[in-house]
Design a protein around this ligand. Structure first.
Ligand code: HEM
Ligand code: HEM
Length: 310
């Protein structure tokens, strides 16, 4: 099994763990437990207790991810030829991670501005998607699995991409809900302040309500994707991932409702972030499969003449 593929898979799993940990940092109100950055109380080895435990652990695991992805990038350079898009994507990912670490620091230095905290979540999801594309594209099983039937590809390129965009958008809206403290703006469910359509002049109610509506739409599109793939006769490895996404979106919706009923308890809200990340990763995998051709063709980035990949 190619080493760079393994390293990209480990990166995906690591990022999922880091996203969960980041969410716990916020949910346990540990975000400013370390008042400085990049050190914590002037040292890299502070007393790991209370909020410092979560915040500093998040930083250490983030540091580990940067090292892990740097190794993956180096391995990808060994395995691919000059001009390969895998190289370009890996270096972009490394850059994104560094910017992400700086944004993590800025959240601390500027005492959690909403826009920076929400960008920190959005970039975490964007990096996860990029790592997933790299893992899918370097998989040794690709040769045997590709190309997919044109009908299946069309569904993946249309509905798959649509579902991914909607889930990503919904997650960014979720970040806004969280960071503007709109999580309890609708304290009931399925109604919001006792009515089906609440007055939207209050922007906290509006953003919370939009999160519910887009969540419902996104869930329906993910379910439709699984159904369309089954109808198009997709092979079992594609259907398995689509079914996992369909199951996860139902769990995710339920976790959102439980978050409201438990007044934003740490466990449901943290797994609500992880659920969104899992969906982004699964839908990215499906969308990537819709775009990948057999191994040699896949190196051709639109508009580029690159040919070699492995
Ligand atoms: C050393 C660099 C980093 C620092 C100092 C840092 C710091 C923080 C802080 C303080 C929070 C809480 C923010 C808040 O309450 O608004 C947080 C949350 C989070 N972090 Fe980081 N972080 C770093 C790197 C990363 C990386 C590399 C990732 C992922 C690729 C990541 C993913 C997240 C996520 C997903 C959250 C939760 C965001 C949310 O709840 O909306 N962090 N981070
Ligand atoms: C496909 C469906 C959904 C997705 C992908 C999704 C995603 C997200 C994400 C990514 C966040 C931000 C977490 C963070 O910043 O770390 C969030 C926040 C939130 N979501 Fe959802 N969500 C969905 C459906 C729902 C539903 C149906 C509800 C409620 C009925 C809900 C209630 C909430 C609440 C209350 C928060 C704020 C949590 C907090 O303040 O800590 N979500 N959502």
């Amino acid at each position: 099994m190619p080493q760079h593929f393994r390293a990209f898979v480990v990166t995906v799993v690591w990022t999922l763990g880091l996203l969960l940990l980041g969410s716990v940092v916020h949910a346990t109100e540990s975000s400013l437990a370390c008042p400085d950055w990049p050190t914590c109380f002037g040292t890299m080895l502070p007393e790991m207790e209370g909020g410092v435990f979560w915040e500093h652990l998040h930083r250490l695991v983030a540091g580990g991810l940067i090292l892990m992805f740097a190794l993956a990038t180096w391995l990808a350079f060994q395995a691919t030829g000059k001009g390969s898009w895998i190289r370009v994507a890996s270096v972009s990912g490394l850059f994104l991670l560094l910017v992400q670490a700086v944004f993590g620091g800025l959240t601390v230095i500027y005492r959690l501005p909403d826009a920076i905290s929400t960008s920190h979540l959005s970039m975490a999801l964007a990096f996860l998607a990029l790592a997933t594309v790299l893992a899918a594209a370097t998989s040794p099983r690709r040769e045997a699995r590709m190309p997919l039937a044109p009908k299946v590809r069309d569904v993946l390129r249309g509905w798959g991409l649509g579902a991914l965009i909607l889930i990503f958008l919904q997650s960014v809206i979720g970040g806004v809900v969280r960071h503007t403290d709109a999580g309890m703006a609708c304290p009931d469910f399925p109604t919001c302040i006792g009515v089906w359509i609440p007055p939207l002049e209050n922007h906290l109610v509006a953003v919370h309500f939009v999160h519910r509506v887009v969540g419902l739409l996104a869930a329906l599109v993910v379910l439709a994707l699984a159904w369309k793939l089954a109808r198009a006769g997709a092979p079992s490895f594609v259907r398995r991932v689509a079914h996992a996404a369909a199951g996860l979106v139902l769990v995710q919706f339920t976790l959102g409702v439980i978050s409201v009923f438990t007044v934003l308890a740490v466990v449901p809200v943290s797994f609500h972030t992880l659920g969104a990340a899992g969906l982004v990763s699964l839908l990215t995998l499906l969308t990537t499969w819709g775009r990948l051709g057999p191994v040699r063709e896949a190196t051709e980035v639109p508009g580029s003449a690159a040919v070699r990949e492995h």
